[in-house]
Design a protein around this ligand. Sequence first.
Ligand code: NAP
Length: 274
Amino acid sequence: MHDYTRTTALVTGASKGLGEAYARELASRGAHLVLVARSGDALEALAGQIREAHSVRVDVIAADLSDRRSAHAVVDAVDDLGLDVDLLVNNAGTGAVGPFLGRPLGPTLQSVDVNITALVGLVHLLGARMIARGHGGIVNVASTAAFQPMPYQASYAATKAFVLSFTEALAEEVRGTGVRVMAAHPGATDTGFFDGTTASMNPKATDAPADVAARTLDDFARGRFLSFPGRASQRAGAFVPRLLPRGTVTRLTGNLNRRLGFQDVSDLDPARGK
Ligand SMILES: NC(=O)c1ccc[n+]([C@@H]2O[C@H](COP(=O)([O-])OP(=O)(O)OC[C@H]3O[C@@H](n4cnc5c(N)ncnc54)[C@H](OP(=O)(O)O)[C@@H]3O)[C@@H](O)[C@H]2O)c1
């Protein structure tokens, strides 16, 4: 069983949502934290709350992970702090939603850079150090969206399919090294994921971020390489697509997202992402 006490965990996307929940849960389990996101003020506020509640060190690194140099910049900042990262939680992620060709390109490309490029960069840079030290852990937050194409979330689901495939392959590459790699696949979770757009989630179908974070960390502690930290039906939803022809699955997910109105999504601030 993995013990988080007195380990140092770097959590990306820690300013709100699931990342904030991972940070709070890790601190409650005794881990020191490095919090990463763009919103430095929100990170500092969270760091202050966590320091008050728990006897752990909390550092903050404000970084835009859609900048292709950001992985190097974050690791340089970790070095400046004199820290070794024992657990990397690659949680930061954004998701373009709506008809692919009808939505602005900027947020879509930023999503690819945050969800894939920064994640791969941090895994490479920090993972190599873990291998050299002979221990460490990496949790890549993917999604149940990783398991099938999703019309109206086309590029988002594809980025998560990348994370799924990449993480499973890497977990096998590092087996036996003392470094463990796990992909976490939350389902719909009650966060601000769709903020700034007219899209919304069905509140009856969402899980609480604190529950998702706790289950993810329990699964990692148990040595799993795969975590479905949401409700049981979401785990089942990830396996059904394996049994059906891909074209059928894509039509079904397209129908599901049409029922959620994702084909008509627009931005609340029309200047966003231009
Ligand atoms: N909510 C869901 O239903 C759900 C389901 C499955 C998987 N997930 C995954 O869970 C992860 C967290 O999502 P969430 O629901 O918690 O979303 P969220 O509430 O929107 O939080 C996203 C986090 O990522 C950070 N972030 C976004 N763009 C960034 C950038 N360019 N550079 C650095 N940080 C950036 C945000 O911080 P700043 O804005 O301060 O930068 C924020 O801390 C994502 O990988 C998402 O794909 C979510």
